[in-house]
Design a protein around this ligand. Structure first.
Ligand SMILES: Nc1ncnc2c1ncn2[C@@H]1O[C@H](COP(=O)(O)OP(=O)(O)OP(=O)(O)O)[C@@H](O)[C@H]1O
Length: 568
């Protein structure tokens, strides 16, 4: 049963009881309405739904389709399924939209400040409407600008395929280029090639990504930082301070680069993308790389997918979209499965698993201790043993490499299908198998760590391994864009043991073998994007723990995030 707001009555109470609104949605909507004198419960309901949808990752709510499209929420972490969709008193869309439009809390022109904004059928919190509009205007403006094209001649022996060559040419002759493709389709290879083609002009280049790990991989892929090539997170590029929305660079102080490349753009929120576009000089080439089929940013927005789907954001002469198709890294069975998932074809996806030698589905219904499963024991022990071997020999980079041999990924954070439970079970079982391994709260050689906050030194999502130095002291070796960094383990006291991680956090990384703990049937997390993201983290081997029912449900449930961008 959801927690109900005491002050809610009538319609709003019914929606809260039906799992459609949480306390925060109700209170924020009511307060913002009260400040402007709005008390009509149906209008406050529309505001509360806009707040709810923002919390769930959509920039706005489409009031004309809300009754059919919005689903009640379940507690994501306890594995509960959503409450049954009791018939809720949805207002008639036409009159509802008119009453919302007339509300004093809804701005009518861009000059008027008001907490909400109605754009057609889409209701926004004003701040997000302004961000979306600002981003769309800047993208369209850049699409109208031309740039001197740079010629590229591909050599005889160059192994770039036709799509990759087209993407390089596009980026060399446009101000804004979006290059989409799944993992291993050559996005990094292309960046290296186009930087080589631009090298005569000695451009100042920024290579960045939403996470430090993804930025590190991009930088490594193009041969590392040089005098004119900088690499790091998007937050660092913009000069965003932790826990603040102020940036060093912006419209009055543009970024000092000729080329800005962003990898893993699917994880970038609307707010961050709008900030980036606002901080670019009109002559800076922008190249956005990413896989629009992966999970979206944690914050609101699905900017990459929206730009890909919109007709008018990225157009000639200044803008171009290029798509890459062939995954050169993962094995053919994993690629085949990923394609079937994207097609939403559950039969083909199931057949892809049943006919594969490198993929299997192991029954897991949440009842058993994960380490009772021999497959979990085998994979986690072999990885922990290799990581620990390197750590005891003081080899931090080797330990970090070995850590990528196998990873347990969960959709949920808590509960029997969640990261906390699996990580605890694996760590305590490994503690019984390996000497001096994580049996109490002290750091230990081979301890794999996940950093969960941004700071001057590290980025949220960076990984580290605790190693033993020749003098016997322990140090944590962190992988960063500009190389490994050794720090006292105490500096990472708030990092968590990385015996399992969420699928969300795994974006931007690939591992030799991956074990995925599927959410149970009925979980709101069971979506096509979650499954695709999890499956494509694997290069050579994949295990899914769960049921066919959960698997099929995921394949058949695409995520929808509302925004006004793709609508043009
Ligand atoms: N045309 C090609 N022929 C053969 N191998 C290729 C080709 N293009 C790329 N590769 C190889 O495929 C692998 C993946 O390429 P790359 O790292 O550039 O992909 P990516 O899209 O950046 O992957 P991710 O985003 O997942 O890191 C690399 O080992 C690369 O050398």
């Amino acid at each position: 049963m959801p927690e109900l707001p005491i002050a809610a009555t009538g319609t709003l109470l019914r929606f809260a009881e039906g799992g459609m609104l949480q306390l925060i949605d109700f209170h924020l909507a009511r307060r913002l309405g009260q400040l402007s004198g709005e008390t009509d419960p149906d209008v406050v309901l529309a505001f509360a739904l806009a707040v709810r949808e923002l919390r769930l990752g959509s920039v706005c709510v489409d009031l004309s389709t809300a009754a059919e499209r919005l689903q009640p929420e379940a507690d994501l972490d306890d594995g509960d399924t959503a409450p049954a969709d009791a018939a809720l008193p949805w207002p008639e869309p036409g009159p509802w939209l008119r009453r919302v439009a007339d509300s004093p809390a809804v701005g009518r022109s861009a000059e008027v400040e008001a907490p909400f904004r109605l754009d057609g059928n889409l209701l926004y919190l004003d701040r997000y409407w302004r961000q979306e509009r600002g981003l769309a205007d800047l993208l369209r403006e850049r699409s109208r600008s031309t740039i001197d094209p740079v010629e590229v001649v591909f050599g005889e022996g160059e192994r770039l395929d036709e799509h990759q060559r087209d993407a390089v040419r596009a980026a060399l002759s446009h101000l804004t280029t979006v290059i989409t493709g799944g993992p291993g389709t050559g996005k990094t290879t292309i960046v290296a090639r186009l930087l080589a083609a631009l090298s005569d002009a000695e451009p100042r280049v920024a290579l960045c990504a939403p996470t430090g790990k993804a930025a590190a991989r991009l930088l490594q892929g193009v041969g590392g930082a040089t005098g004119r090539v900088w690499g790091g997170t998007l937050h660092k590029l913009l000069g965003l301070r932790p826990r603040s929305s102020a940036t060093e660079f912006g419209p009055g102080n543009p970024l000092p680069y000729d080329v800005v490349v962003v990898d893993e753009t699917s994880m970038v929120s609307l707010e961050l993308m709008a900030t980036l576009l606002g901080a670019l000089s009109p002559r800076t080439r922008l190249i956005l790389l990413g896989d629009p089929h992966q999970l979206r940013s944690v914050e609101a927005g699905a900017v990459l997918a929206d730009i890909e789907n919109a007709d008018d954001l990225l157009t000639e002469p200044g803008g171009r979209l290029a798509r890459l198709h062939t995954n050169y890294r993962s094995n053919a069975e994993i690629n085949f499965l990923a394609d079937a998932i994207l097609e939403g074809d559950a039969d083909a996806a199931r057949a892809a698993i049943e006919g594969a030698v490198s993929i299997e589905l192991i029954g897991f219904a949440g009842e058993a201790d994960p380490t009772g499963l021999p497959t979990v024991r085998h994979d986690t022990l072999s990885t922990a043993t290799s990581v620990r071997g390197c750590a005891l020999a003081g080899d931090g980079e080797g330990a970090n490499r070995a850590l990528d041999g196998h990873r347990v990924l969960c959709g949920h954070r808590e509960g029997p299908f969640g990261v906390a439970h699996w990580a605890r079970a694996i760590r305590s079982w490994l503690g019984t198998e390996l000497d001096d391994y994580g049996y109490d709260t002290r750091h230990y050689p081979g301890q794999p760590l996940l950093i969960q906050r941004n700071s001057d030194l590290f980025s949220n999502g960076d990984t580290a391994v605790v190693v033993r130095r020749p003098d016997g002291e322990l140090e944590a070796v962190v992988e960063r864009p500009d190389g490994a960094l050794s720090v006292a383990p105490a500096l990472l006291d708030d990092a968590t043991d990385l015996h399992a991680m969420t699928i969300h956090k795994s974006q931007g990384s690939q591992f030799e073998r991956v074990s995925v703990v599927l959410p149970p049937p009925g979980s709101p997390l069971l979506t096509r994007e979650l499954l695709y993201t999890a499956v494509t983290r694997a290069k050579a081997g994949l295990r899914l723990y769960g049921s066919w029912e959960a698997f099929v449900e995921a394949v058949e449930t695409p995520v929808r995030r509302a925004s006004g961008l793709a609508g043009g």
